[in-house]
Design a protein around this ligand. Sequence first.
Ligand SMILES: [Zn+2]
Length: 346
Amino acid sequence: MALDISFIKKIPKVLLHEHLDGGIRTKTIVEIAKKNKITLPSFDPTHLSKWFIDQSNQKDLYKCLDAFAVSCSVMQDQESISRIAFEFIEDMYLDGVIYAEARYCPFLHTNKGLSMDEVMSAVLAGLNQGKLQYNVDFGVLVCGIRNLGPEINFELTKLAHRYIDKGVVGYDFAGADLDFPLSDNIDTINYLNNHKIPFTVHTGEAAPCDYILEAINLGAARLSHCAKIFDQAKTTPSIIDQSLELIKQNNIHIEINISSNIATGVSDIKHHPFISLFNNGINVALNTDDRLMFGNTLSSEYGYVANLYNLSYSDIKQMNINAAKSAFANNKVKKNITSKIMEFIV
Ligand SMILES: [Zn+2]
């Protein structure tokens, strides 16, 4: 029986993978752009929404990444950044999300003179205001972007370290995984490991399983995407078995983003590894990645996937417990959100 979307909305949920600059309301983009005289592909929120979705649905990861130039153009002053962060929490509340990790790259918001610390303060102010109003907890992940190069990514790591326990809970490597190997950022990785800052890695998005194994071996606590975990380009089949074994042994959480993977063409519904990983007892949960780009919510994502693979309420509950236990938040927060999911009465 298909699960009703209004029921899925009520289930307490945890979202670990959403980009702050990929989840803005189009109405907000239009208002900020008009106020700050910023050019947009359209000033009609409905048309603009379609533009973002079309741009990201061309089976081309780079075209999707290009859309971020537009979303980031309205995140260059503190007032707008705080507003977007506040609305992020409001959206989570409206979708039944009880804990969310918002990830973003502060460097991308310094085009008009803000320092990265000013960007971070604005983000935390908006998220904290939302938390106070809606009782939705959050953690921030600072994104290093592979394409930006190792020096900037290292600066971003030091920034993340300064804000640990002040809202930041970890680090993420985003960007084009196939063309910019993780190993280029070895100083950043050593810094993260030495300071015990947990990190996740966008990997197996466009790149095959070899890159996933590399991320595991370099100390990733979680893995983002892994759409190509059953693909390998240059090594022996044992790489896949080895990766799966390590993922199981270390209970590494995989942040699944099915709608995103299909839209950008890195996978398709026939070959996506999600159901195989889930049926094998791997620690997975669903995510939105970029609500603005893919037109989804966490509830719609669970509804879509539940319908596709005939999943039950207990499957959805299990995945949200997986996400709660794999959050980068402290143990108190993790225990609290896990209890809320467990205690939910159908
Ligand atoms: Zn992502």
